[in-house]
Design a protein around this ligand. Structure first.
Ligand code: NAD
Ligand code: DAU
Length: 369
C-alpha cells in the first residue's frame, strides 16, 4: 500500500523518529512534515535525510486551516499522522493556555481541513486516513494494584496537558461518528530514545549525570511509568494506520513498568560502567562523578513533587497485539543501553539543543509559510 503522508509535529522527538522509521520501511511513500518549530522542534534531528526527495519540510502551524488544505490538495496527500502538540506536563502546569490552543484548537483545525479536503460534493469521501497520536495520561492515574489501562478505561485526565489531549481525542472520535472521517487513535505510554528534548526525565538525567549536575527526583521517586522505546511506538503507529479499523483506538505500551528512582539509578549505573576504564569518556565528561572514581548516584537529589503528580501509568496492549500483531522489540536493558550510547555518541546534538544554536540555523535555512 502506497501512502502519502502529512506528518504534523515531524520535527519533534517522536516525529523525527517516525519520519526515519517510515521512510526506511515504506520506500514508495512521500512525507510532508508540517511543524511550527516551537522550542521542541529541531531540524537538526532530521540531518542526513532532509534532502531525501520523498521528504518535504513545511514551517507552518496546524491552526492554519487554509495552509493545511493547500498542502493536502497540492500534494494529493491521503493520510494525516497527527503528532504536533505541546507535550510537557510541567509546562502545562506553569502555563496551560498554549496547550489548549495547540492540542485542542489545533487538532480541531486539522480535522476541519481534513474534512474540507477529503469530503466531496454529495458527501462521499476520497480514500483517506486521519491517525491521531495520543497518550495514556488521558486515563488518569493507577494505584499499584489496579489493572493496566486499556481502550475501555474511562477518561480521567489530571493535568492541563492530559485534559487537552483528552479533548483532542474526543474531537477525533466526534468527527468520525458525526461526519464519517476515517480515523484511528493510538494511546501510548512514556517514550524514550534518540532526539528527545532534555526536559523529559531520561535525557535530562543523562545530561546531568554527564555534566555532574544534581538529578532532581520529584517527591519520593516511587511514581511508575511504562517505558516504550520510540521505534516500538513507531511500529505501533504504522500497524494502526495500515491494519487498524477506522473508529478504533489502540493502546501501545512497552511492558516496562519501573519507578522513577529505578530509572535514575539504572542510568547512573549504565553511564558509570561506560565511563570507568574509558579515558576518552573521562576526558569528554570530567564533571561526571564516575570520571573521578565517585558514584554517579551521589547526584541524586529529591525535590518538591510535581503538583497533581499521577502515581502510576501502565498499558495493556493486548488489543494491539491481537488485532494488529503489535509487539515491542526492545527490552528495558536493550532499549536503555541503545539510548545511553546514542546520547554519548551525539553530544553535539544535545549541546546545540541546550545552548539554542539550532534555532539560529533554522532561521537562516527556513522561511515561515
Ligand atoms: P515534542 O514536544 O517533542 O514535539 C512536538 C512537535 O510539535 C514539535 O516539533 C513542535 O514544534 C510541534 N508543534 C507544536 N505546536 C505546533 C503547532 N501549533 N503546529 C505545528 N507544529 C507544532 O513531542 P513528542 O514527545 O514528540 O510527542 C509527539 C506526540 O506524541 C504528542 O502529541 C504527544 O502528546 C504524544 N505522546 C508523546 C509521548 C512521549 O512520551 N513523548 C507519549 C504519549 C503520547
Ligand atoms: O505517559 C505518556 C506521557 O509521558 C506523554 O503523554 C507526555 O508527552 C510525556 O512528557 C510523558 O509525561 P511524563 O510526565 O510521564 O514524563 P516526564 O519525562 O516529564 O516525567 C516522567 C516521570 O519522571 C514523572 O513521574 C515525573 C518524573 N520526573 C520528571 C522530571 C522531568 C522527575 O522525577 N524529575 C524530573 O526532573
Amino acid at each position: 500500500m502506497v501512502a502519502d503522508l502529512l506528518l504534523t509535529g515531524g520535527a519533534g522527538f517522536i516525529g523525527v523518529n517516525l519520519v526515519r522509521w517510515w521512510l526506511e520501511h515504506n520506500e514508495g511513500d512521500r512525507i510532508v512534515v508540517l511543524d511550527s518549530m516551537t522550542y521542541a522542534g529541531n531540524l537538526q534531528s532530521l540531518d542526513g535525510i532532509l534532502d531525501d526527495p520523498r521528504l518535504e519540510f513545511v514551517h507552518g502551524d496546524i491552526r492554519d486551516t487554509e495552509l493545511v488544505e493547500r498542502l493536502l490538495t497540492d500534494n494529493k496527500l491521503d493520510t494525516i499522522v497527527h503528532l504536533a502538540a505541546e507535550s510537557h506536563v510541567d509546562r502545562s502546569i506553569e502555563g496551560p493556555d498554549e496547550f489548549i490552543d495547540t492540542n485542542v484548537v489545533g487538532t480541531h483545525s486539522l480535522l476541519k481541513a481534513a474534512r474540507n479536503t477529503w469530503q466531496q460534493e454529495g458527501g462521499s469521501w476520497k480514500p483517506h486516513r486521519f491517525h491521531h497520536v495520543s497518550t495514556d495520561e488521558v486515563y488518569g492515574s493507577l494505584t499499584s494494584d489496579d489493572p493496566a489501562f486499556e481502550e475501555e478505561t474511562p477518561y480521567a485526565p489530571n493535568s492541563p496537558y492530559s485534559a487537552s489531549k483528552a479533548a483532542s481525542d474526543h474531537l477525533v472520535r466526534a468527527y468520525h461518528h458525526t461526519f464519517g472521517l476515517q480515523v484511528t487513535t493510538t494511546n501510548c505510554s512514556n517514550n524514550y530514545g534518540p532526539y528527545q528534548f532534555p526536559e523529559k526525565l531520561i535525557p535530562l538525567m543523562l545530561m546531568n549525570i554527564l555534566g555532574g549536575k544534581p538529578l532532581p527526583v520529584y517527591g519520593d521517586g516511587m511514581n511508575i511509568r511504562d517505558w516504550l522505546y520510540v521505534d516500538d511506538h513507531c511500529r505501533g503507529i504504522e500497524l494502526a494506520i495500515k491494519s487498524g479499523v477506522s473508529g478504533e483506538t489502540y493502546c501501545i505500551g512497552g511492558n516496562n513498568e519501573r519507578t522513577n528512582i529505578e530509572i535514575v539509578r539504572a542510568l547512573c549505573s549504565m553511564v558509570q560502567n561506560r565511563i570507568e576504564g574509558n579515558q576518552d569518556l573521562k576526558d569528554r565528561f570530567p564533571n561526571s562523578p564516575a570520571s573521578s572514581g565517585s558514584s554517579n548516584e551521589e547526584l541524586i537529589t529529591y525535590v518538591k513533587d510535581r503538583p497533581g503528580h499521577d502515581l502510576r501509568y501502565a498499558i495493556n496492549a493486548e488489543k494491539a497485539s491481537r488485532e494488529l500483531g503489535y509487539r515491542p522489540a526492545e527490552t528495558f536493558e536493550s532499549g536503555f543501553g541503545r539510548t545511553v550510547d546514542w546520547y554519548l555518541e551525539n553530544e553535539t546534538w544535545w549541546t546545540a539543543v541546550m545552548d539554542g544554536t539550532y534555532k539560529d540555523w533554522i532561521e537562516t535555512n527556513y522561511e515561515s509559510r
